[in-house]
Write a protein that binds this ligand. Structure first.
Ligand SMILES: Nc1ncnc2c1ncn2[C@@H]1O[C@H](COP(=O)(O)OP(=O)(O)OP(=O)(O)O)[C@@H](O)[C@H]1O
Ligand SMILES: [Mg+2]
Length: 249
C-alpha cells in the first residue's frame, strides 16, 4: 500500500495496455488458435476412449465369445439340449452385434488425420481395414486429387463417419466409394445396398454424424445430400467447389 494514486493509475494503465495487446494478438489468429487447440484436445480424448474401449469392452466381449463357444460345443453334441442350443445361437448373435458396434466405435474414434498420406491413399487404407473386419464387397474409384490439407482432412473425416454408419447401421452386402474431380467440383459419393432409413426421422433423433457431415461440407462451401430408401440402401453425395480455399496452394 501507500502508493500514490497517480502511481496506481499509471500501473493500471500499463496493465490495460498489456491486456489490450494480448487480446489483439489472440484476435488476430482466433480461428486457428481455438481450432487447433480444440482439435488437439479432441484427438487426445479420442485416443483415450479408443484405448479404454479396446482394453475393456472388446476384451470382455472376446472372453464371452470364447465361453459361449465352449458351452455350444457341449450343447450341440446332446440332442436333448436343442432348446439350449437355440438360445445360445441368440446370445451369439447379440455378442456378434456388440462386437460389430465396438469395431465401428473404434473406427469412429481413431485418430483422424491423414498423417502425410494422400486423400486417396488414406481412403484406400480405411476401406482395406474395413474389409478385414466385416464381410462386405467394397468397390472404389478414387481420383488422386490434391487439395489443401484442411480440406483433405475434412473429406477424410466425412469418409470415416460414413464408413462407421455403413458398418453400424446398414447391414449392407456391398459398398461403392467414388472420389472424382468434375471440372471445378470435388465429388465424394458412397452408396450401400443396406437397410436404408427415413432421412427425415433420422435428422430429428439428435444424432450428430450426418449433421456433422453437412456442417463440414458447408464449411468448405459445399453440400452433402443424403438419399436413403428403406429396404434398398443409402447414398450420400458430398460436393465441394474447388475454390481458392479448398484447392491445393
Ligand atoms: N448407411 C446407413 N444405412 C442405414 N441407416 C443409416 C445409415 N446411415 C445412417 N443411418 C441411420 O441414420 C441415423 C443417423 O445417422 P447419424 O450418423 O447422424 O447418427 P448415428 O450414426 O446414429 O450416431 P453418431 O452420432 O454416432 O453418428 C442412424 O442412427 C441410422 O438409423
Ligand atoms: Mg453416425
Amino acid at each position: 500500500m501507500g502508493k500514490q494514486p497517480a502511481a496506481l493509475l499509471e500501473e493500471l494503465r500499463q496493465k490495460m495496455i498489456r491486456l489490450q495487446r494480448e487480446i489483439e494478438r489472440y484476435s488476430n489468429t482466433p480461428v486457428r488458435f481455438s481450432g487447433e487447440t480444440k482439435e488437439a484436445i479432441l484427438t487426445g480424448e479420442r485416443h483415450r476412449l479408443a484405448r479404454e474401449l479396446h482394453d475393456s469392452v472388446s476384451q470382455q466381449l472376446f472372453a464371452a465369445m470364447m465361453m459361449l463357444s465352449a458351452l455350444r460345443s457341449v450343447a450341440d453334441r446332446d440332442p436333448a439340449q436343442a432348446e439350449l442350443s437355440k438360445q445360445l445361437d441368440t446370445i451369439q448373435k447379440v455378442i456378434n452385434e456388440a462386437q460389430a458396434e465396438m469395431r465401428a466405435l473404434l473406427l469412429h474414434l481413431r485418430p483422424t488425420n491423414l498423417e502425410g498420406k494422400s486423400l486417396k491413399q488414406g481412403i484406400i487404407q480405411l476401406l482395406k481395414e474395413l474389409q478385414t473386419k466385416i464381410t462386405i464387397e467394397i468397390t472404389w474409384q478414387l481420383d488422386d486429387i490434391k487439395l489443401n490439407p484442411a480440406a483433405e482432412d475434412n473429406l477424410f473425416r466425412i469418409v470415416q463417419e460414413l464408413l462407421s454408419n455403413t458398418l453400424r447401421h446398414a447391414k449392407a452386402s456391398s459398398l461403392e466409394v467414388y472420389l472424382k474431380q468434375l471440372q471445378d467440383m470435388v465429388v465424394l459419393r458412397m452408396v450401400d445396398d443396406g437397410v436404408g432409413f427415413d432421412a427425415k426421422q433420422a435428422s430429428s433423433n439428435g444424432n450428430y454424424g450426418l449433421a456433422n457431415i453437412k456442417e463440414r461440407a458447408a464449411a468448405m462451401g459445399g453440400t452433402a445430400k443424403v438419399v436413403s430408401v428403406v429396404g434398398q440402401g443409402t447414398s450420400v453425395e458430398v460436393r465441394v467447389p474447388l475454390s481458392k480455399d479448398v484447392a491445393h496452394d
